[in-house]
Design a protein around this ligand. Sequence first.
Ligand SMILES: Cc1cc2nc3c(=O)[nH]c(=O)nc-3n(C[C@H](O)[C@H](O)[C@H](O)COP(=O)(O)OP(=O)(O)OC[C@H]3O[C@@H](n4cnc5c(N)ncnc54)[C@H](O)[C@@H]3O)c2cc1C
Length: 390
Amino acid sequence: MNMQNSRVEFSNTEVAFSHMSDAGLSKARLLFRSFNFPALLTLGPPLANLAISMGFKNLIKKTIFEQFCGGEDILTCEKTIQRLAQSNIGTILDYSVEGEDNEDNFNATCAEIVNTIDAAANNNKIPFSVFKTTGIIQMDLLEKVSSGQGLTGEEEAQWQRGIARFHKICAYAEEKQVRIFVDAEESWIQNAIDRLAEDAARRYNTRQAIVFNTIQLYRHDRLEYLKAQIVDATWYLGFKLVRGAYMEKERKRAQEMGYNDPIQPDKETSDRDYNEALKHCIHHVEKVSICAGTHNENSSRYLMELMEEKQLNRNDERVWFSQLLGMSDHISYNLSHAGYNVCKYVPYGPVKSVIPYLTRRARENSSVAGQMGRELSLIETEIKRRKEKV
Ligand SMILES: Cc1cc2nc3c(=O)[nH]c(=O)nc-3n(C[C@H](O)[C@H](O)[C@H](O)COP(=O)(O)OP(=O)(O)OC[C@H]3O[C@@H](n4cnc5c(N)ncnc54)[C@H](O)[C@@H]3O)c2cc1C
């Protein structure tokens, strides 16, 4: 088969769900259907916590947790890592515990991220590591530094400890030659995150892109930022390109505090800048590596076209596609089947601690969120296809 010219069909549910048994598909259908009950979404998080305290943790574990998470720790993610690897899909171990802002938790999270780097070292089943800066540095410090406010003596000491954790992670990633994503967060703390990530890239990206910053193209100033980075850097650059996850929160805060909304005026403008960012990075691929973190079919298709125009191999190490575990398998599995580099975020952590993450996934896949239930309809298509085949 001429791989370079074969067309990738995201509608191919046979490939998309080849890793799932009939029983697994029926279970997933039931789960995605349940997201369409608004009462369940509102009551879900408190009910989940109650169920755990009453000893029904297994119920959550066997349903929503199993769909969207790899396990409770790195070891128990092994089954998921192997299952994805069988389809040539890489795992990104995403420690998704959202704990309190205190020094002990920050140190524990930092140690856990180091463990994920160890798991990824010399392991092509885990092509990247990832972390969130708010997991290792106080949110209010990131906010103060981002807006240029001065720090008190004690705050300055805390800030320095935070910077030390950030660099410990990135230096270790460089030592082990493991590429690492710095996730993007809210705009009011992102300046500080950008400065830390830029500094780390300058230090550790001398031989290849190790530290990847994340660019949110739902912000109207980010395409320009990305382009300036590419002009300025004399080292390798790595970017994870996403649209952005905090739109409602961003708009609400801007309105309440009376400053200009940092978000694009509409979805089309976010889409336009996202695709423009893909194009710009591919045009500078000699210096820039990218990971397209998206569930958008058009952007994924566009990136394939750009690679073909630039005559890049489908498995060029500088270009990756990424989706979340349990979502958009039709994109992940069809892309990897066609020879592209694909990896999935595999969130993990104790069941109780990942409830906020699971709640966000449930809302995103509900009719309440205004989505058309794409996951559900793909699952139904595949169940129907299998029945007709028999
Ligand atoms: C592997 C991976 C890693 C990720 N990492 C991060 C991260 O580090 N930081 C982060 O913030 N997010 C991250 N995300 C989430 C991402 O930013 C998006 O929220 C999510 O993927 C949905 O966007 P999409 O590109 O998949 O597709 P689509 O469904 O096509 O786009 C939906 C997105 O478009 C934008 N949008 C929707 N309506 C409007 C509107 N009216 N005006 C302007 N923009 C609009 C929003 O960003 C919305 O999330 C990640 C996602 C993936 C798959």
